[in-house]
Ligand binder design. Structure first.
Ligand code: FMN
Length: 194
């Protein structure tokens, strides 16, 4: 198997272990983006799909992270599964998912999450909570008794890895680090001191 396929399969195995562990959000990952000045910012999002095309999350495209990705389409991800004592880092370019893919995922979301996506002007100042609740109720009325369409400002992004690093806890702080990385279109693998 090609090294890259190996790395993705290895990630999928770990994710399955995390799902089997007693974790409230096993797919939670830290997502780092940068603004035009190089200032990083980081927040938690949920991984919704992963395969050899990359790591997909969904969000409001007019959010702070969405704005940053529009200017600088690169990101880093960090998974830390405490019960497994494993960390995975991913770095790469970011591409928007296609409309059909976003629609398919949107359709699986519970109705209240769909309404929330319409109601929230993610990352914008909110004068008071009641305003958000009013917006939610307004969309609830607007979409009563019919399927809720995907908002134009809500979609997914795919992080296309050029680096995936596995960190695994070992006694005496002699942790294992194994990095898969792309160099001139070929995937390589190396061990790194912990
Ligand atoms: C466990 C957890 C899961 C989250 N999942 C998502 C998600 O999948 N998509 C999303 O847009 N925000 C998610 N959030 C909220 C983000 O952390 C963040 O507050 C929001 O996306 C706005 O970020 P921004 O202002 O940097 O764009 C999640 C937060 C937590 C704590």
């Amino acid at each position: 198997m090609e090294l890259y396929s190996q790395a993705i399969a290895r990630f999928q195995t770990l994710l399955a272990q995390a799902r089997a562990a007693d974790l409230r959000e096993p797919t939670a990952m830290s997502l780092a983006t940068v603004n035009g000045d190089g200032q990083p910012s980081v927040r938690t999002v949920l991984l919704k799909h992963v395969d050899e095309r990359g790591f997909v999350f969904y969000t409001n495209t007019t959010s702070r992270k969405g704005g940053q990705l529009g200017v600088r389409s690169r990101a880093a991800l960090c998974f830390f599964w405490q019960p497994l004592m494993q960390q995975v880092l991913v770095e790469g370019a970011v591409a928007p998912v296609g409309n059909a893919e976003a629609d398919a995922y949107w359709a699986t979301r519970p109705r209240d999450s769909q309404l929330g996506a319409w109601a929230s002007l993610q990352s914008q100042p909110l004068v008071e909570r009641a305003v958000l609740e009013r917006r939610y109720a307004q969309y609830e009325r607007e979409f009563a008794n019919r399927p809720i369409p995907r908002p134009p400002h809500w979609s997914g992004y795919r992080v296309i890895p050029d680096m995936i690093e596995f960190w695994s806890s070992r006694p005496g702080r002699l942790h294992e680090r194994e990095r898969y990385y792309r160099e001139q279109d070929r995937w390589q693998r190396m061990l790194i001191y912990p």
